[in-house]
Unconditional design. Structure first.
Length: 117
């Protein structure tokens, strides 16, 4: 799990990112982000709606898998951002982790959030 200083939640924080952030989308995920000049490190939030998956166990599984990806890849971000990852498909529950990783790699690279390698 990602440490709590790197996580955020709450209606106002999420509302700010939804209203002012940019977005990239795939079949199963949407990534919204906004640059945060008031903080020294990036923060991440994962949103899995009940509309996507009714089971709390399934939603929590998706949430844990996405937070784990961000925990590993957080140092690779090129600046300080507030990032919201929104699950848009219940397929994420059974999808292999390598496929989730490839999808998020593509989305974050397309968004320009990774350091140039």
């Amino acid at each position: 799990m990602i440490p709590s200083p790197f996580r955020f939640h709450g209606h106002n924080s999420l509302r700010y990112v939804y209203a002012n952030g940019k977005a990239v989308r795939s079949q199963t995920l949407t990534v919204k982000w906004v640059k945060n000049t008031h903080r020294s490190h990036s923060r991440v939030s994962v949103v899995v709606s009940k509309k996507i998956l009714k089971s709390a166990v399934g939603r929590n599984r998706i949430r844990r898998r996405l937070y784990e990806y961000m925990r590993v890849h957080l140092p690779a971000l090129n600046d300080v951002y507030d990032i919201v990852i929104i699950a848009t498909s219940s397929e994420l529950r059974t999808m292999p982790y390598a496929e989730i990783e490839a999808t998020l790699d593509g989305l974050l690279d397309k968004a320009g959030l990774f350091k140039a390698s």
